[in-house]
Each structure stands twice: as C-alpha cells, then as structure tokens.
Write a protein that binds this ligand. Sequence first.
Ligand SMILES: Nc1ncnc2c1ncn2[C@@H]1O[C@H](COP(=O)(O)OP(=O)(O)OP(=O)(O)O)[C@@H](O)[C@H]1O
Ligand SMILES: O=C(O)[C@@H](O)C(=O)CO
Length: 423
Amino acid sequence: MLLGVIADDFTGASDIANTLARGLPGRGGLRTAQFLGVPRASAPANIEAGVVALKSRSIAAGEAVAQSLAALDWLLAQGCGQIVFKYCSTFDSTPEGNIGPVGEALARRLGVAGVVACPAFPTMGRTVYQGHLFVRDRLLNESGLEHHPITPMTDADIRRWLARQSRDPVGLVAWQTLSAGPASLRAALDQAAAHGERLVIVDAIRDADLVTIAEACREDVLITGGSGVALGLAENFIRRGAVRGGAQTVAGVAGPEAILAGSCSGATRGQIDRHIGGHPSLPIDVDAVMAGGVTADQLAAFLLAEAGRAPLVYSSATPQQVRSLQQRYGRERVSGTLDALFGEVAVKLVAQGVRRLVVAGGETSGAVASALDLGALTIGPEIDPGVPVLVSQGERPVALALKSGNFGGPDFFEKALQRLEGQ
Ligand SMILES: Nc1ncnc2c1ncn2[C@@H]1O[C@H](COP(=O)(O)OP(=O)(O)OP(=O)(O)O)[C@@H](O)[C@H]1O
Ligand SMILES: O=C(O)[C@@H](O)C(=O)CO
C-alpha cells in the first residue's frame, strides 16, 4: 500500500476512495479499498490505496485523536508513505474539533508542520478563497450548513474556525500564491512550517488548483482536506512508475434492494420527494421511535415486502422539525437512537437476503456500515460525483452506495440501485 487515508466518516471515505480510484481523466487511478474502522488484519496485497473509514467527525476530540492515530499506525504498517486526513468539503466540525485536534495530532506524530488543509471540491461547488469556504455562490454559514443537525457551520472563515480548534497557529496560502504554480505553493508551505504553523488553509477554486496542490505536495507525508486534495495524488505515483494506473473494474451485484435515509440535508430531502412519487416509502415517526413504538423488525418487514420496487425508509425532516425533536429529546439522544435503529434494520435486511443497499447521510451510513461489519470494500464505478459503488468481498457480496447528505442528483436513489447492479 502506497497511500493511506484516514477519513472521519463513512460517506466521506467512499468519496475520497472514488477520487483515488478514478485519478485524472484518461490516466486512471490507484487500486483502492475502503476499510470500515481500523482493520485487525493486514490489507490484501494488491491494494495500492487504503481508506480507513472512521466515525470520528462528531465524537469527543480525544477519542477522535486516539482512533485516528490507531488508523495511522495501521496504514504505516501497511507500507504507506503518504497519508491523507479526509474531512468534509463543508468543513463539518464544532468549535472544539475534530479537524484541528486530529490534524495536529497526526502532524505531530509524523513530525511535520506546514501541512495543507483544503476542503475544496469544485465539482460540488465547494471552493475556498482567501480562507473563506463557499458552497456554490453562498458563504458556508449562509448555505444551509448553519442548520446541520450535529455540526452547524456558523463561520465561513475556516482559518478562524480551525484556529479555535488548534493549539498551534493556523496559516493561509491565498489563491494568488497557489496560482503561481507548485513551486510558489511549496515555498509558502515551507515558510508556514518555519513560522510554526502546523496546519495551513490553502485556497482552491478549480480542479487545476487541486492538481497544483498534489504536485507541490508529492513528497509530503501528510495532507489534509476534502476528497478534492486527492485529485492529483494517484498521478504522482503513476508518473514515478510506482503504479500502472488505468481503469479499475468491479462487477455489480444483483438481488433484493432497500434505501435508508437519515440525512436531513436539502439534497437528500429533494431526492426523497422525487422518489416517494413513484416508489413505496415509509417515513419514520421519530416521536414514536423515541417512545419505543417503532421497531427495526417493522421497518425491515416493510422494506422486505416491497423489495423489487426500490422501497425507501426515511427519518429525514426539515430543519424546523429537527430542531423541535432535538429540543424535546436532546440532540445526541435522538441521533444516537435513529442511527442505532438504521443499523439494526440494515443487519436484518442483509440477513434476509438484501444485496443492494443505498444509504443517505454520513452518520447514518456509519451506523449502517459498522453494524453490517462487511470488511474491506472494493471501489466500483462512480454513481454521481463523490459517490462510488462499494462491493464487499466473499461468496455473497453486498453492494452499497453510501451517500453524503448533500451529494447526488435528484434521481440519485433509483440511479444508485441500477449502478449497484452493474447497469
Ligand atoms: N428527524 C430527525 N430529527 C433529528 N435528527 C435526525 C432526524 N433524522 C435523522 N436525524 C439524525 O441526523 C443526523 C444526520 O446526519 P447524517 O450524517 O446521517 O446526514 P448528513 O449530515 O446530511 O450527511 P453528511 O454528514 O454526509 O453530510 C443523523 O445522526 C440522524 O440520526
Ligand atoms: O467531503 C464531503 O463533502 C463528503 O465526502 C463528506 O464527508 C460529507 O459528509
């Protein structure tokens, strides 16, 4: 394994695994596998990039650091010479962390400073300019992300936001410096390191900027950011002759299907609205769940009975509904209860023969994937930007689409089920 990724959630992990497996257009990428948590065993020998998916985005900072350092140890033991810490392209975090604490801990363990921190993902409209994060034409804190149920993002100045989470000073390389080319960026990062800046926000507004970052950082042992920072990383290995590149092929999986949505993002709610028009769908009554009146058996029975017709179960709700549920029951309690419920439903579905599973939401996907405990997942074709087909190994493989809340086109659910089948 040449390159290792530590991802702070499961959908984010498949987002960057997708980027690494695809590489630059016409050049191809790395043979990539996604691991759910830190594996106990060594990785399969033919893997060039390994992505360790943690569920560390919104847990206590100390625990996130411990898990991330354990992932680092495992990746280094597999032979990785370059590590990427992957977080959300909308910088999802709280004033306490976990991007700063984890990024700094990894940098200290590896003995480096002047480390890139760049969440930009221009294909999805996430750009960074003068240290400010935009989601399409809105500043982050006016983009809807200020209503996120777990990590409301209330400041678009991500250098200032990251500084609140960090022990060391946070640097900034503005687009004017980056756009002068890799050597200019390299010099700025080296200077930042000399000034004791451990993490450095780097502007990027186009894919070409992300390729500049990859070129400037080809020898860096640590890079941090969204999946965009990985755009040119496979190419570095191809150019130096360490890997062949080219397209990776992964067979689809046929069989019963189900869709689970716990994401409350605008994109997911739009996808649900579109889907419920033509498919069997069951909204989860969250008050009833909290009162113990809805069971995983009931939800699984609905999905199994409707298999073949792309059935959907969802808890997704508007920001106002989410706020009032959180006020009634407590934010962590309601999220924890729903996440556990989705995990339990998924286990029952797979035990009863479901082979294709689409899950919307990072936390929700984390709960589902952890409960299923599927081992290494190979990365198949891209469904929509940032969302690949994932296929488990073994005699009865399960194909998964783990969709980040804000990703995917309006018809994502149906499209994903087709792609999981190999269509
Ligand atoms: N109706 C609801 N009320 C309150 N919380 C909810 C409700 N439905 C889901 N949740 C919780 O909100 C959280 C949604 O987070 P999740 O990460 O799954 O989606 P997301 O934030 O849209 O996706 P991503 O992290 O990929 O951007 C989950 O923990 C889920 O349990
Ligand atoms: O970077 C992104 O936007 C996604 O991969 C993600 O992590 C959303 O949860």
